[in-house]
Design a protein around this ligand. Structure first.
Ligand code: GLC
Ligand code: MG
Length: 680
């Protein structure tokens, strides 16, 4: 495998990167170098080239000139000569696109062997990759790192400069074989602003992180001393926040949440580690304002002795803060209005500290993956306070979330990243097998059905691979499409032939020839026709239902938490209001409101129809309330042994095979039962 990366910005070099020397010599270079090293560690990778732009600027040192190539093991850095030797900031790279494209083709043509794949980082690199694909037929994948359209959203408007950048991004996206997003938020919300990329080409692949130093961290005396200056009872559980004092981190919202809940104040202290300062007045404007507001709020609510905001820390103190918070039985809180990725949440997870995190952005993925805490709306002070209080006062919950954090260390390390990355590279670069002649379809739910027991899954996958040439594998899940795809890939499940996601409201088909998923537009049309989005959400609000995160909401799916509500009463209320919906409850926790007649059941029927299979050729397997419609409507359903929501006693499932085996073992048991009985 030979992968060629293109990253044109900043001062990129294999050793002694002058980070911070200018605005473009930043985090993406660390990411790229760590990816290249981790990737090169795989024996199947023969070569990794990193192509960047050459320049000669005495103030930056002369090692970035076009003729200065670098090599370390399998990794090489190549600097393109675009005829202009001056250093150019990223905003000006587009002036040199034509020359850079030509220089890149020269480089490719000079190689004794063409790369199998090009991986472009940032839009300008995407232009070169697209050119190489058009001229030399080499496929490419694209990582945006940061997107112009998101900046436009935040600013509320775009200037001409930003519009140009977005247009370049659109061109880079248009021909990409796959686009890598670091989170569901990027895949599902941020890329929704672009016309040239559809959901089926985007993969969620979080960056690798080295969390090992957080795993073994211990509290230090220095950190204890720093807090002792503030806290009356320092041994109490600690709500810890670590963030720069800028508005979007919403630290003030956290103080207000803490102030609003007397029981929480009784149960825990609040510790805010917000950068370093010697004099607040000397901070940058925004940081100064935020610090002044924080202190004013602490004063206004008389929180003295309960809130700490240490003035300074060194990097080594950070792991010690997490460790101390853990020792105290506390919680890490990230209340940001939007958190693009959420590295601090992973650090907390690795430190075995439960988290309460904003439901906007990357934290969705982390909490969904590790189950190490709770998501809350950052604008809901009551919800933040309640989540924190419930964790610090419920020892069993605390222990469960703390222990779950261990998952983060292996799920987010570079090794895990490269496994998925190389799987994607192979998928994009290998010739597709001819489409099989399917005569059967097996549709499985994901959580607590296919997944839950890794050993059983292995066995199931061996069986599945043996039959993949005639039994299509379908998935039907409450998760979103990207969430489903990414968890299946990390658990080593082969790419399914069809994914029914978001409780039956979306269907994506795998197009083998083009190695990408394609959304079923006809199904989407059916889901959206007659769906009264505003009315549904307004009534749910009136009924006081607490909404799930924004990422769980879209046309045809309004999702809430069951909490105190009675699903039957919700159904009645919608009937009375004459809004045609189905209300689906699962795990005594989730409540989905879907268009009437839409759900996993009708989606499976649609899929079977499109495959020209009669219902008797379809077996479905599930475990919970959101599987009911498909288990009911299919003649050969399997209920796995660990089922919940009363499925095993449900009279409408008397025709189902009730497996004794749990999780994937239950699926296999059921499949073999139907095969032995001669019905499948
Ligand atoms: C998944 C979805 C959630 C839904 C639940 C039950 O967890 O993310 O939105 O409510 O499944 O269907
Ligand atoms: Mg399930």
């Amino acid at each position: 495998m030979f992968v060629c990366h293109i990253a044109l910005q900043g001062c990129l070099t294999l050793s002694d990167v002058p980070y911070g020397v200018n605005a473009d010599t930043g985090g993406h270079i660390t990411f790229l170098l760590e990816l290249a090293c981790a990737s090169a560690n795989d024996p199947k990778v023969e070569r990794v080239d990193i192509v960047t732009r050459g320049f000669a600027d005495a103030s930056l040192g002369m090692r970035f000139e076009a003729q200065c190539a670098e090599q370390s093991g399998k990794i090489r850095v190549i600097r393109l000569d675009d005829g202009d030797s001056s250093y150019l900031p990223k905003e000006r790279l587009r002036e040199r696109h034509d020359e850079l494209c030509a220089a890149f083709l020269d480089y490719l043509d000079g190689l004794e062997r063409a790369p199998d794949l090009i991986h472009a980082h940032y839009a300008d690199a995407g232009i070169l990759a697209r050119h190489a694909k058009e001229e030399r037929g080499i496929p490419y994948i694209f990582t945006g790192h940061s997107l112009g359209a998101v900046k436009r959203e935040v600013n509320g408007k775009a200037d001409a400069e930003l519009e140009k950048r977005i247009a370049i991004e659109e061109r880079a996206l248009e021909q990409a074989d796959a686009v890598i997003a670091s989170s569901r938020d990027e895949a599902e919300a941020q890329y929704a602003h672009y016309g040239n990329i559809e959901s089926g080409r985007i993969r969620v692949l979080p960056p690798g992180c080295d969390l090992t130093r957080f795993e073994s961290a211990k509290p230090t005396q220095k950190v204890r001393d720093d807090l002792a200056q503030f806290l009356r009872e320092p041994a109490k559980p600690m709500l810890l926040a670590i963030a720069r004092p800028v508005r979007k981190k919403n630290l003030l919202g956290l103080v207000e949440a803490y102030a609003s809940d007397a029981a929480l104040q009784e149960a825990a202290n609040l510790v805010i580690v917000a950068g370093c300062r010697s004099n607040i007045a000397a901070l940058e404007d925004e940081c100064r304002d935020v610090m002044e507001e924080l202190i004013a709020a602490i004063d206004r609510h008389d929180l003295y002795g309960k809130v700490a905001y240490p003035k300074n820390h060194v990097p080594a103190d950070i792991p010690a803060y997490y460790a101390l918070a853990r020792e105290s039985g506390g919680v890490f809180v990230n209340p940001a209005l939007n958190e693009p990725f959420g590295l601090t949440l992973l650090e907390a997870a690795a430190s075995r500290l439960p988290v309460v995190a904003t439901d906007s952005g990357g934290p969705n993925d982390i909490v969904e993956r590790c189950h190490n805490g709770e998501l809350v709306s950052p604008r809901d002070a009551g919800a933040i306070a309640r989540a924190c209080r419930e964790i610090v006062t419920d020892r069993r919950k605390w222990i469960r979330y703390a222990a779950a954090g261990v998952e983060a260390v292996s799920a987010y390390d570079w090794k895990a990243h490269c496994k998925l990355y190389h799987r994607l590279v192979r998928e994009v670069t290998t010739e597709p097998d001819p489409a099989p002649e399917w005569d059967r379809l097996l549709v499985c739910d994901i959580d607590n059905t296919l997944l839950g027991d890794r050993e059983a899954l292995r066995e199931f996958l061996v069986w599945q691979q043996e039959h993949a040439n005639h039994i299509a594998l379908g998935i039907a899940t409450g998760r979103s499409f990207h969430s489903a795809q990414s968890i299946l890939a990390s658990e080593g499940v082969a790419t399914p032939d069809v994914i029914i996601s978001s409780v039956g409201t979306r269907i994506h088909w795998y197009d083998r020839e083009n190695r990408r998923f394609v959304e079923d537009a006809a199904w989407l049309k059916r889901v959206e026709s007659g769906w009264q989005d505003a009315e549904v959400r307004a009534l749910a609000k009136k009924l006081d239902l607490r909404p799930q995160a924004l990422l769980e909401q879209h046309s045809g799916k309004a999702s809430y938490f069951v909490e105190g509500s009675d699903p039957e009463a919700v159904r009645r209320a919608f009937r009375q209001a004459d809004i045609p919906v189905d209300v689906v409850a699962s795990h005594l926790r989730y409540l989905d409101i879907l268009p009437e007649g839409v759900g996993k059941g009708s989606a499976v029927m649609h899929v079977a129809d499109r495959m020209d299979l009669t219902q008797s050729r379809v077996v479905v397997a599930g475990d919970s309330g959101n599987d009911l419609t498909m288990l009911r409507s299919c003649p050969f359903p399997i209920v796995v042994g660990n089922a919940s929501d009363g499925l095993t006693k449900d009279p409408s499932l008397s025709h189902a095979y009730m497996a004794r085996g749990t999780y994937a073992a239950g699926i296999l048991e059921g499949v073999k039962h139907y095969q032995a009985a001669g019905c499948w």
